[in-house]
Design a protein around this ligand. Structure first.
Ligand SMILES: Cc1ncc(COP(=O)(O)O)c(C=O)c1O
Length: 376
């Protein structure tokens, strides 16, 4: 592998753009993209040969490598196209019935509510949304456990919330639920590669993951960790040739002809993570985030930071009294990409500091924000 002393050389970003939104759509290391191109060519030129001799051994090796990297049980980990699909899959394993309650918070990702509404309307279960925004860990735990009752079949929470970049006390909730019948489903889309946490601590939960954000895999990659209690009945959304296998990981190995190349570059991506650890890329990106925290406050004093300092590299501010669309257009016209949107009637801006981001990227954003603020 090339040595990449400078993380910017390790990624193939569009020239002239400032990509400060790795938390929505992560960039892919060159070495992984090149390997994926090679695999794509191999598939195109003889898919049957690829299917027959290459795909399954490579996919299994990648699955085990990623499970080990995440720290989850190999026998319970399967690939999924993204965290949204992982969530739909998890909910499908839960055998919800009329009279059941599904408990969640009011700070979940929009697709999660869509998923939950559908699961509830199809099963006759009731969706209960608990307000937890602005509360500290102890109060969130109190409120969530206080809402759990005999009818609670499922509790769905994010580990890192989007777009607020706060955290919810999932480990504590996991332990607190052990005395109830409720199954915990964790939206951990932002966790791999961002939070240094031990996923093994959530052994009895479903954990829904993306790999194409902070883990830097190609787009269309994610995973699902299934607790031992549910592996017998867990199945992918699409049943295919291995649907009758008694081994859960085999049932998930194929859902019809598809491009699995994004998963197959796990070796290359994880090598970049090891290199990043040696070279201190994460610490450098944290310093870029710290710079952004300071500079945004300078240029936009009314901005209210809402993110949790424990989420070091993803920062969110509420921008009172500014319409979302003008600012969004202004930044995007200059090819400066952050997450910008309206939540609860107020504009929020989220910045991600990835390995390849620099203080200059932040300064470019700060300069534009300053200009927008003075001209509006
Ligand atoms: C908290 C959270 N959950 C789920 C998702 C969905 O991720 P994916 O697009 O990989 O399904 C996102 C995407 O940004 C997210 O922020």
């Amino acid at each position: 592998m090339e040595q990449y002393a400078d993380p910017r050389d390790a990624f193939d970003l569009a020239p002239g753009t400032v990509h400060l939104n790795h938390g929505s759509f992560g960039a892919v290391p060159r070495v992984a993209a090149a390997r994926q191109d090679e695999i794509a060519r191999e598939q195109r030129c003889s898919f049957h040969r690829f299917y027959d001799r290459v795909l399954f051994p490579l996919q299994e090796r990648a699955r085990v490598e990623v499970a080990d990297w995440l720290g989850v049980d190999r026998d319970g980990f399967v690939f999924s196209t993204n965290a949204t699909t992982a969530m739909t899959t998890a909910l499908g394993c839960l055998d919800l019935r009329p009279g059941d309650q599904v408990l969640t918070t009011n700070v979940e990702y929009p697709s999660t509510y869509a998923n939950l509404r559908r699961a509830c309307s199809e099963s006759g279960a009731e969706l209960v949304v608990v307000e937890v925004d602005g509360l500290d860990d102890a109060a969130v735990l109190d409120r969530m456990t206080g809402a759990v009752g005999p009818a609670t079949a499922v509790v769905v929470v994010s580990w890192v919330t989007s777009p607020w970049s706060t955290t919810l006390p999932v480990r504590e909730l996991h332990d607190a639920l052990s005395a109830s019948r409720a199954v915990l489903v964790v939206d951990a889309a932002h966790v791999p590669g961002l939070l240094a946490v031990d996923l093994a601590e959530l052994a009895t939960a479903f954990v829904c993951l993306t790999l194409h954000k902070w883990a830097c895999f190609p787009q269309g990659t994610g995973g699902l960790s299934v607790p031992a209690t549910h592996r017998d009945r867990a199945r992918p959304l699409v049943d295919a040739v291995f649907a009758d296998s008694p081994v859960m990981t085999e049932r998930f190995a194929w859902s019809g002809t598809d491009d699995r190349s994004g998963f197959l570059v796990a070796g290359e991506v994880l090598q970049v993570h090891r290199r990043a650890d040696q070279l201190g890329w994460t610490r450098a990106a944290e310093a870029v985030a710290d710079h952004a925290r300071q500079r945004l406050g300078d240029v936009w004093p009314e901005a209210v930071p809402v993110s949790d300092p424990r989420v070091r590299r993803m920062l969110t501010w509420r921008l009172p009294q500014v319409g979302e669309s003008g600012l969004k257009t202004f930044l995007r016209d200059q090819e400066v990409w952050t997450w910008l949107g309206e939540v609860g009637g107020e504009t929020h801006l989220r910045l991600s500091a990835a390995w390849y981001n620099t203080v200059d990227d932040v300064e470019r954003l700060v300069d534009l924000l300053g200009r927008f603020r003075t001209t509006r």
